[in-house]
Design a protein around this ligand. Structure first.
Ligand SMILES: [Zn+2]
Length: 180
């Protein structure tokens, strides 16, 4: 028997998934981070499309499991797809996600680091690799006090997608979510 899906199911799935947050950053939802790409109807149910953040991000398996479990709990028949292209970029983060990161003590990725190269598909990974390796050219503002007098103390913070910074003004360490 084919499960019957409707637009209501799509809405229901979005509503269920709306409550899911990043395992590492519990204040920001997967949708706000841009990880949750799409919920669509297919012949035998729903398909949910997610795009991992950094390649090999250890949280991704957890995110997929969370999405599956949430849909199952809501009695929604859905397959979860991981879509790698177009690759996730910090540009997909909503403004509300950036604001929540800052309030949580993590400096959000700086938009000034985004380049039109992000729109290119060909050679993208190479460009990103090069850009990723470079430290930001502008000082990352401290999420605690707003000072620009900050220094990178380690290029890899609590996770590979963050760098560890220290504020020279308030002396607080903080994570910087690197633009990607
Ligand atoms: Zn500070």
């Amino acid at each position: 028997m084919q499960p019957v899906t409707s637009d209501d199911d799509v809405q229901a799935a979005w509503a269920v998934l709306e409550s899911l947050t990043d395992p590492e950053i519990p204040v920001v939802s997967l949708r706000e981070l841009g990880i949750l790409r799409e919920v669509r109807r297919v012949s035998d149910g729903l398909e949910v499309v997610i795009t991992p953040t950094y390649s090999g991000c250890p949280a991704m398996g957890q995110i997929e499991d969370d999405v599956r479990a949430a849909l199952q709990d809501a009695n929604l028949q859905a397959k979860v797809f991981t879509q790698l292209a177009p690759a996730w970029t910090t540009d997909w983060m909503t403004d509300s996600a950036r604001e929540k990161l800052r309030a949580y003590g993590i400096a959000p990725p700086m938009e000034s680091c985004a380049t039109p190269a992000l729109a290119l598909d060909a050679g993208e990974s190479l460009l990103r690799f090069v850009r990723h390796a470079a430290a930001p050219s502008v000082a990352v503002p401290c999420p605690h006090c707003g000072s620009h007098d900050t220094l990178e103390s380690s290029h890899f913070g609590s996770t590979a997608c963050k760098a560890l910074y220290k504020c020279q003004s308030c002396q607080e360490p903080f994570d910087y979510f690197k633009p990607y």
